[in-house]
Design a protein around this ligand. Structure first.
Ligand code: CTP
Length: 406
């Protein structure tokens, strides 16, 4: 904290074209009450100049260890920080950090920091996938840093692939959560792969119509964000959501229950935990009309026949593709919430079931949630009305407990 009680954040910027996006991250950090010290590398300054960082942060900006030496900045900045975030982190910066080099102010700061450290890498796909980078990332993660998986999309030039810096607003969300969780112990999902389904499936009737539901995907996205901040590798199977991709999550978009099943089962093969937060349609139209269904004057509409969809949660719970895998279900109930929840937990065979009461204006699409987390061992954790992130953290607490016990 600085003298006015603001958390101190060091924003390390390394030399990639995505450096301009760090300006937006810096704004978010300062506007939300953080005291930010920007430490760019020499090559970062070739992309965005010192005056920009100084003006946006309101703090002096230094790159080398030979400026303001009387203040011993190469030690002090790291020691005093509550969080260090490096965005973008280039392959070179990751390598220097992993090897403990100290050839500029940023790497010195990384060596003296005792606070949580977040890296948001951005580079071309080939560099990200190179075994050297992969090993450096694994080293940094093993030491407790959060290394956010890059996003997939347009890269510099004409290339498209994995390596994009995630949306600055989403990197900010990771920083906020990592700061809130504090010490490295907060990264209790490090080395774990978790799969989350989110949103609601749509079952097509014809090229323009579908049977759907009102799930927004917010709870699943909150689970993904919190899992990233706790150090997990996250696969988010997203059914018809309209939310920004959470930084660090591999997002697999799907439409129908059958597509969702395929994506979840594939990702679950090496997953430590699977959380089924999606609202999966139990039924789908038996027939899909190739052309739009038209109304016919003077005639009643044809009835819509439905067939059962696979129950992904029950299938996963029975199969457990990986030994010790924890499977979590969600249940939306309108009445007799706890009794129905217990019965559903037993019927589906999962380890945990998050039960919430739904109605016209409750839960669906809302920012807040209230729920009970039921355990197959008889446990019952009530989560008071609050942000969906709080419920997500309670779910991960229970998952971590089970993974560590197993
Ligand atoms: N689920 C699933 N596959 C389905 C339906 C649901 O995997 N075809 C999962 C959801 O993702 C959720 C849980 O099962 O985690 C509860 O779904 P819900 O529809 O509430 O349960 P049902 O067994 O369908 O019970 P109900 O009779 O209340 O509809």
């Amino acid at each position: 904290m600085d003298r006015s009680g603001k958390p101190r954040v060091v924003l390390g910027v390394s030399g990639g074209i995505a450096a301009y996006k760090a300006c937006e991250l810096l704004r978010r950090l300062t506007e939300s009450g953080h005291d930010v010290r920007v430490v760019p590398t020499g090559s970062a300054l070739r992309f965005v100049g010192e005056p920009t960082w100084a003006a946006l942060s309101g703090n002096p900006v230094t790159t080398g260890v030979w400026e303001d030496v009387h203040e011993v900045p190469h030690v002090r900045i790291g020691q005093e920080a509550d969080l260090v975030v490096v965005a973008p982190a280039t392959a070179d910066t990751l390598a220097r950090a992993a090897h403990g080099l100290a050839d500029d102010l940023l790497t010195n700061t990384l060596l003296t920091a005792r606070c949580p450290v977040v890296f948001a890498p951005a580079m071309h796909t080939e560099m990200w996938e190179h075994p050297a980078t992969a090993e450096n990332v694994a080293t940094l993660r093993r030491r407790g840093a959060v290394v956010i998986e890059p996003a997939v999309g347009r890269l510099t030039g004409k290339d498209t692939g994995k390596g994009r810096l995630p949306d600055p607003g989403e990197i900010f969300e990771v920083c906020r959560r990592v700061l809130a969780r504090g010490a490295a112990a907060g990264r209790d999902l490090a080395g774990r792969h978790v799969v989350i389904s989110a949103g609601g499936t749509r079952e097509p009737l014809d090229p323009v119509r579908f049977l759907g539901n009102r799930s927004s995907g917010r709870q699943g996205y909150a689970l993904a964000r919190t899992a990233v901040a706790r150090g997990a590798r996250v696969t988010l199977v997203a059914a018809n959501t309209a939310l920004p991709d959470p930084a660090g999550a591999d997002v697999v978009p799907v439409g129908t229950a059958v597509q969702l099943r395929e994506a979840v089962l594939k990702a679950a093969e090496d997953a430590d935990a699977v959380v089924m937060a999606a609202a999966v349609a139990d039924f789908r139209p038996a027939r899909y009309a190739q052309g739009k269904i038209k109304k016919r004057e003077g005639r009643e509409p044809e009835p819509v026949d439905l067939v059962r969809n696979p129950d992904v949660l029950a299938e996963l719970s029975a199969a457990r593709p990986r030994p010790g895998q924890v499977v979590v279900g969600f249940a939306a109930e309108t009445d007799d919430v706890l009794a129905n929840g217990r019965a559903k937990l037993a019927r589906k065979g999962c380890d945990l079931l998050v039960v919430n009461e739904v109605g016209e204006d409750k839960t669906f699409g809302a920012e807040e949630n209230e729920a009970v987390v039921l355990g197959a061992d008889g446990s019952e954790t009530h989560v008071p009305h609050g942000p969906k992130e709080a419920l997500a953290d309670t779910v991960w607490d229970a998952v971590v407990h089970m993974l560590n016990a197993g």
